[in-house]
Design a protein around this ligand. Structure first.
Ligand SMILES: C[S@@+](CC[C@H](N)C(=O)[O-])C[C@H]1O[C@@H](n2cnc3c(N)ncnc32)[C@H](O)[C@@H]1O
Length: 252
C-alpha cells in the first residue's frame, strides 16, 4: 500500500471554518424493462422499489450517474443513520448524504474522507454556504485515505451506506486521483463495516488514464462476493465507451 497521510480529523470549528471563498413508445418499452428489473430486485430483497424512474432518466441521458446514485441512496438511508462519503471532493455527495441522515433525533452522522485538504476545504465551504449549523454538526471530515476508514469509525457503528465517487477532484489536480489498489483496500474495509441491508455505492469514471483499470478492480471485487450474502449490480451505457459506470453492492 502507498504511504498514507496522517489522520487528521477536521471538525467544523477547526481552521477550515475560515477557509477562503470559493412518453414515447421507446420509453414505454424501457419502463416495462425496469418494471421487470424491479420485480427481479424485489425478489432479491426489495432494494430497487421506486428507483426505476431515475434509471430511466439515466439511460435517456437526462440524469447524471451521480444523480441516479443519490436517488438510490434515498431508498436505503433513514434519518439517524451513520454513513460514509469515501471521496468528499467538492462536497456535493456529502451534502446529499447529510440531507438524508439529518432528522430530529440528531443521531445521524456523515463521515467524509479525502486525501486532499483542498477537497475538504471545498466541502466545508459548500456546507457552510448551503446547510444550517445544526445540520453541519452531523458531518465529520477526515483527511485520510479511504482504505483506512475503519480507523475513524466507532467500533459499534452500524454504517448504512458508503459512497465512492472515484477519480480526480473536478477543477483540481488531475494527478491526484483514486488508485485501483487503495480503492480495493477501501472496498474490503467497506465490506467489513457495512450494516446488513446497507449499500456500497460506487461511481467510476473510465475516460481518464487508469479509470478502466480501476473499474476492473471494482468489478473483480464485486464479483468475488458470495451471492448468499450480497447483491451486486452494475449499470453502464453500452454504446458510450467512456461513460461513467455505477456499481451498487448491497449487503443482504
Ligand atoms: C471525483 S472526486 C469526488 C467528488 C465528490 N464526491 C463531490 O461530490 O464533489 C474524487 C475525490 O477522491 C479523492 N481521493 C483520491 N484518492 C483518495 C483516497 N485514497 N482516499 C480518499 N479520497 C481520495 C480526490 O482527492 C478527489 O477529491
Amino acid at each position: 500500500m502507498e504511504t498514507l497521510p496522517p489522520t487528521l480529523n477536521l471538525l467544523f470549528r477547526s481552521s477550515l471554518e475560515s477557509a477562503p471563498s470559493f412518453r414515447s413508445p421507446r420509453v414505454s418499452l424501457l419502463r416495462r424493462f425496469f418494471i421487470g428489473c424491479r420485480f427481479v430486485a424485489s425478489a432479491a430483497g426489495g432494494f430497487c422499489a421506486g428507483a426505476e424512474d431515475s434509471l430511466l432518466s439515466f439511460i435517456n441521458g437526462k440524469m447524471k450517474a451521480t444523480d441516479v446514485a443519490h436517488s438510490i441512496w434515498k431508498i436505503v438511508i433513514r434519518g439517524g443513520d451513520t454513513v460514509v462519503d469515501a471521496t468528499c471532493g467538492n462536497g456535493y455527495d456529502t451534502i446529499a448524504l447529510l440531507k438524508l441522515v439529518a432528522d430530529d433525533s440528531r443521531r445521524g452522522c456523515v463521515h467524509g474522507l479525502d486525501i486532499q485538504s483542498s477537497a475538504l476545504e471545498n466541502t466545508c465551504y459548500l456546507l457552510r454556504e448551503s446547510v444550517a449549523e445544526k445540520q453541519r454538526e452531523l458531518v465529520k471530515l477526515h483527511l485520510l485515505c479511504h482504505s483506512r476508514m475503519e480507523d475513524i469509525l466507532p467500533k459499534d457503528a452500524a454504517v448504512r451506506l458508503i459512497a465512492f465517487n472515484l477519480g480526480y477532484l473536478p477543477a483540481g489536480d488531475k494527478a491526484i486521483i483514486t488508485k485501483p489498489h487503495t480503492t480495493l483496500f477501501a472496498l474490503q474495509a467497506a465490506s467489513r463495516i457495512i450494516a446488513s441491508g446497507g449499500l456500497i455505492s460506487i461511481v467510476i469514471y473510465i475516460g481518464h488514464p487508469g479509470g478502466r483499470e480501476e473499474l476492473e478492480a471494482v468489478l473483480s471485487f464485486a464479483s468475488s462476493l458470495a451471492v448468499e450474502g450480497w447483491n451486486c449490480f452494475k449499470f453502464e451505457t453500452a454504446n458510450r465507451s467512456t461513460g461513467p459506470v455505477l456499481v451498487f453492492i448491497i449487503k443482504k
